[in-house]
Each structure stands twice: as structure tokens, then as C-alpha cells.
Write a protein that binds this ligand. Sequence first.
Ligand code: G6P
Length: 357
Amino acid sequence: QAAEKGAYPFFMLKEIDEQATVARHLIKHYFVDGIPHIDAAILKSIKQADRLYIIAAGTSYHAGLIGRRFFEKWAGIPTEVHIASEFAYDHPLISKNPFFIFISQSGETADSIQVLEFVKKAHYASLTLANVMNSTLTRDVDFALPLLAGPEIAVASTKAYTAQIITQIILAAALAGGHTDLQGQLSRLAVDMQAVIDGKDHIKALADDYLVNADRAFYIGRGADADVTLEAALKLKEISYTLVEGFAAGELKHGTISLIEHGTPVIGLISQSKTAGLTRSNLEETIARGAKTMTIATKNLASANDEIILPELTGEMEMFGPILEAIPIQLLAYYTSLGRKLDVDHPRNLAKSVTVQ
Ligand code: G6P
């Protein structure tokens, strides 16, 4: 393993760096003549469903939250996203013709396998999106699609997360009957991802300034940005041991704002035009209580003073906001852990793949 790291001090940084390349691999694999191409049998089976149930754990669950938006908006299929360990023992009323989508980096998460057992017994149709093919979750389902992220070694998942989002986008587009602009849009996105990755020194400086000496931090956002706050909080807490919460910005006033003290870091994610102004005013409210805020915004929604300005994403491309936001939130976690001289790739008490329930 030491050799594979090359010049990188930790696998996590290498894997963050690989994300634009993984996006290009996915485009190459899943597009034929500019059209998203998914096995016809998979599309047929999903189209017979009246509802999708996405089942996953950890970071893969967070990717499912983003994917849901595409399955509903583009493919028009009602979609629920469930934490595997919850669904296994307490599932909701299931629709008449459900279709189950498992999302997993390893394909070996015990909680997800537990749900798969239930799905098989009930003879429900299923598909797994996994990075490790020939794993339990890819073998025992009706269909499987690869995430093509390559081996992910660091315990904190990074490139699998963006690959999971992009693969769901491609699947949703294929279900919607093809999307003639998607290949171009995703190719532009890969260029933008690389630009954000190349700005890592600036993000390191922000991690040093805001987070390395903080004992708590908060991420806020709305809509798809709220989904990303969950992943942002998970990344930062799991490798830096900071107490971090991520949640919908509108919920701040219902509780968490009482935790804001002088200098508490509050990081706002802004990529959605409908709610950008609201999240900004929520950030202002925390400033009034002493918070030290950091704003991560796409260029079209940014103001000149924002700490991290991501490439512009307008019109339909706005839905890709989470993919660009993923990179700074991963880098902030990485550099906070590094700044604390922790073993970034091997956080205490955690395993890469959890094979117990
Ligand atoms: C562990 C890993 C996480 C991962 C989760 C789900 O907790 O540390 O990075 O998101 O398991 O794993 P899976 O392989 O199913 O995506």
C-alpha cells in the first residue's frame, strides 16, 4: 500500500484528487454516442416500479439523498431513501411494485445485506450500485452497476461518494429517456471539479484558520445543500474528532442557534438559487451571535467576500451543486485532521467496511 500512495502523505488526499478522473471514467463507461446507456433490462424493471427505495449506510446513504432528487425530478418516480440499519427492523409501508436500489462502496455492509435478505424473500426487484464488484451486495441482487472509482483505501469515503452521485444521475437520465446534453454537462463538471481540487492550498489555510482549533462546528444549507451538510459533518467529525452537526439551515432557529458562541465556526453551503438568500440570512443570524462564518457558494450565487467560490452552475446544472461542494468539504476535513496531526486514513474506532449489524 505504501507504494500506491506515491507522493501523497495519505490515501484520502490521493482519493480526493482522483475525483475528476473518476467522473471521466463514468462518462466514458456509461455513454454511447452521447446518450446515457444502461442495460435495457434494468430500465425495464425500474420502469415497472411505482416507487424506488434506496437503501444504504454512512456516506453511501448521503449519496442516496442526492440521487433521490434526480430520480424524482428527471425520471418522475417517487423515491425514498433509507438508512439500512433502520429499514432492516422498522420498514415503512411498501408500495405495490417497489424497486430497491442498494448503494455501497464495499458491497459488504452487513446492515444493507440484511435488507437485501428481506428483499429477496419478498421477491422484490433490486439493483446495487457498488464500487467493489463481485461483493455480496452485487452478487445476490437482480442487477449491479459499477461505480468505477477504483480502490478506496482511506476509511473516510470521498471518491466513492461523488461516483455514487454521478452514477445515479446517469441512471435517472437513462430512465427519463436519454438526456442529450448530459454528457457535455458532466464533462464540463469534471473540468470544474479539477479546478476546485487545484484550489486546495486555499482550503488548507481556511481549515487552519477556522477548524483546527475549534471544538465544535456547524454546517448549514437548504435543499440539496442540506443533504451535503450531512456528509460534510460526517467527514469532519470522523477524521478530526470535532463535534460537528450538519442540518437544514431553517432548523437553526429551532435549537442549534443556542450553541453559537463567540468564534463558533458555521459553514454555509450555497448552490441552490431558490434558497440562497435564506441561507445567507441564516448565516447573518449566527454572525449576530458571534459565529465565525465561512460561505461556500457557486460563483453565480456568491458575493465577493465569500471564503470559497465554486465554479458557476446555472439552470439545470444547479442540481450538480453537491458534486462540487463535496470537494471543499472533504478537503476541510482532511486538512483539519492533518493540522491536528492525526492518522487521517485510520480514524480511531472506525472500519472501512462494517460487516457487523
Ligand atoms: C463505513 C465506512 C464509510 C461508509 C459506510 C458504508 O462506515 O467507514 O465510509 O460510508 O461504512 O459502507 P459501504 O461500503 O456500504 O458504502
